[in-house]
Design a binder for this molecule. Sequence first.
Ligand code: MLT
Length: 410
Amino acid sequence: MAQINDHYLKLKAGYLFPEIGRRVKKYCETHPDANVIRLGIGDVTEPLPPAIVQAMHAAVDEMASRDTFRGYGPEQGYDFLRQAIVDNCFANRGCQVDADEVFVSDGSKCDTGNILDIFGNNNVVAITDPVYPVYVDTNVMAGRTGQADESGRYAGLVYLPVTAENNFVPELPAQKVDLIYLCYPNNPTGTVATKETLQKWVDYAKSHDAIIFFDAAYESFISNPEIPHSIYEVEGAKDVAIEFRSFSKNAGFTGTRCAFTVVPKTLQGKSADGSHHSIHALWNRRHCTKFNGVSYPIQRGAEAAYSPEGKSQIAELIAFYMQNATLLRDGLQKVGIQVYGGQDAPYVWLKTPNNLTSWAFFDHLLESSHLVGTPGSGFGAAGEGYFRLSAFNSRANVEEAVDRIQKLLT
Ligand code: MLT
């Protein structure tokens, strides 16, 4: 009999979002008349911007003609998209990123998991707590942890709590760590990091020979001009950080799939014999071996996100979702709920009322108000007593959700 990867047996029952989906499905089966509003998973609801749709249509037409048909594309992404990314995400912010440092992919979830392929299993990994569960689960799968304790914390990982007590700013690790996951604007707490905070992390990484995985999937939702959109806005970051970006949430690509990862050519790691090696070269090798690239029409659609029409249509989409976030924040505050985030990020993080546990509040909200959110403890032990609401939904649903919560809590 073939032997399985035993590390998978250490994983908690199910990945958080499918687990919520399972519970909600079960509830709906027994309550078929309930009008359930889902503010759980951060999945976009509004259609793709017209400029993007148009570019995708045109690219599909190209594929229909012998003269313009394209087969395999470059695994790292077409030059037209890599260059558009550099011009519109980095050069415009004074960050020196080269087009060949950009690797186009089908998602940041995949990339943040896959990046572990090129790092040894002896690295000590630091994650904030609560955290996007993919970072933890992929390290468990790779065998970089021991078993989980009752609170769900895995032996071997260094957890850095982010709660209201420390204003959602993680302390630097007390011990030496090698790989550090940072996500800003933060999923799940919706909070942001200042340039000073990021500088502290970059300085730590430099002095401890660590590498930062910086997940900036929600950077487009930043409205505060003081907040950096990229870690490369911070001095020295190109020597220590890999950045993950996505078209999912800003341009509505959760279904169409396009993202990118920046791996600087200056980034180095060391092998077992102590010699230094280019992380960029390793990632390129991995990417070309295991990935065939994002489809041509989708990359043309992503490129159109940077056209003048694309930019203004995306700005409207973001303003729409952020207005939803404001409605959620204001509505919750009116009934005395303590809220965080939701100002530079599409997630509102709240303290559960009456000290309910996160899952108890999940059940209460589902059963009494037919609303779905995400229990904070699903993101980590330090998320217990918190709850996340996503601003990705129609205006009518968000207004209705606020109304139902207010009725429930007054
Ligand atoms: C979330 O709800 O945290 C995200 O939608 C998950 C993801 O982007 O994979």
